[in-house]
Design a protein around this ligand. Structure first.
Ligand SMILES: NC(=O)c1ccc[n+]([C@@H]2O[C@H](COP(=O)([O-])OP(=O)(O)OC[C@H]3O[C@@H](n4cnc5c(N)ncnc54)[C@H](O)[C@@H]3O)[C@@H](O)[C@H]2O)c1
Length: 249
C-alpha cells in the first residue's frame, strides 16, 4: 500500500496510461481525482477505481485552457480537502510534415502537452508543498531523441522534460519532489489511432519506434506510482525512461 492516505490527481484518466495510473494508484491505497475531457471514459475509470475500495472524484474539461487547469486542481482540493500528488498524463499526438503543421495544430499541441502541466503545477504546488507531495510529468522518448513527423509534439515533450528539471531546481529547498517518466511506445489509443501522411520515409520512423515491442501502460503506471510514493525521498528532478532501450542508443 505505497500510497495509503494519499490523494492523487491524474489527468488523461479516461484512457490509456492515465486510466492505468489511476487504477495503479488505487491498488496502492491512494484516493484518486480523475481529470479528462472525455466524460464517458472518466465514468469507466471511476467505476474501475471504486471496485478497489478507495475514494474518487472527477472533473471534465479541456486542459488546453489555463483556467480549466486551475479549476481542476481546485475541484480536487475542494473534493478531498487536500492533494498529495499530481500526475500530468493527458496528451495526444499528430503526425505531419513540418510545412503542413497548421497554426492550430501547433498551438493546441503546446497548450496541452507543455502549458497544461505548467498551469496544473502552478495551481497545485502550494498544496503539494504543505503535504510534502509530488509531481510526475509524463514526457516521452520523443522529447529526448530527435523524431521526424512529430515536431510540435516532440518539441513540447522536450520542453516538458526541461520544465521538470527547472521546477525541481526552483523548489529544491522545499518539501516537494518533481520528476518525469519518458515512455517509448505504449499500446494505447494514441498508438492505435496513428495516421501517417502519404509517402513519408518509414526508415525515419523505425529509428525511434524501437526494437522491443511497445510497453503495456500498466508497466509505466507502476513507475509513476513508485515516483509518487515515499520510497525514494532523494528522487527529484529525474527523467525516468521506460522505453525498452529506445533512448539508450
Ligand atoms: N502511447 C504512446 O506510445 C506514448 C508514448 C510516449 C508518451 N506518451 C504519452 O502518454 C500520455 C498518455 O497518452 P496515452 O498513450 O495513454 O493516450 P490516450 O489517448 O489513451 O490517453 C490520453 C488521454 O488524454 C486526454 N486528453 C487529451 N487532450 C486533452 C485535453 N485537452 N484535455 C483533457 N484531456 C485530454 C484524452 O481524452 C485521453 O483520455 C500522453 O502524454 C502521451 O503523450 C504516449
Amino acid at each position: 500500500m505505497k500510497l495509503k492516505d494519499k490523494i492523487i490527481l491524474v489527468t488523461g484518466a479516461a484512457s490509456g496510461l492515465g486510466a492505468a495510473t489511476a487504477v495503479a494508484c488505487a491498488r496502492e491505497g491512494g484516493d484518486v481525482f480523475l481529470v479528462d475531457r472525455d466524460s464517458a471514459g472518466l465514468d469507466t475509470t471511476s467505476a474501475e477505481v471504486r471496485k478497489l475500495g478507495v475514494r474518487s472524484g472527477s472533473f471534465v474539461g479541456d486542459l488546453g485552457e489555463r483556467q480549466v487547469c486551475f479549476d481542476a486542481v481546485n475541484a480536487a482540493i475542494g473534493h478531498f480537502g487536500a492533494l498529495d500528488g499530481l500526475c500530468n498524463v493527458a496528451g495526444f499526438t499528430l503526425f505531419h510534415r513540418v510545412c503542413e503543421v497548421t497554426a492550430e495544430d501547433w498551438s493546441k499541441t503546446i497548450a496541452v502537452i507543455l502549458s497544461a502541466p505548467f498551469h496544473l503545477s502552478q495551481a497545485a504546488i502550494p498544496e503539494l508543498i504543505k503535504r510534502r507531495g509530488s509531481i510526475v510529468n509524463v514526457a516521452s522518448s520523443a522529447g529526448i531523441k530527435g523524431t521526424a513527423y512529430t515536431v510540435p509534439y516532440s518539441s513540447a515533450k522536450a520542453g516538458l522534460i526541461h520544465m521538470t528539471k527547472c521546477m525541481a531546481m526552483e523548489f529544491v529547498n522545499e518539501p516537494i519532489r518533481i520528476n518525469a517518466v519518458a515512455p517509448g511506445g505504449m499500446l494505447t489509443n494514441i498508438m492505435r489511432g496513428m495516421t501517417f501522411p502519404d509517402g513519408l520515409d518509414r526508415t525515419l520512423i523505425a529509428r525511434y519506434a524501437g526494437i522491443r515491442p511497445p510497453a503495456d501502460p500498466a508497466e509505466v503506471a507502476h513507475t509513476i506510482v513508485y515516483l509518487l510514493s515515499d520510497a525514494t525521498p532523494s528522487l527529484h528532478g529525474a527523467i525516468v525512461s521506460v522505453d525498452g532501450g529506445i533512448t539508450a542508443g
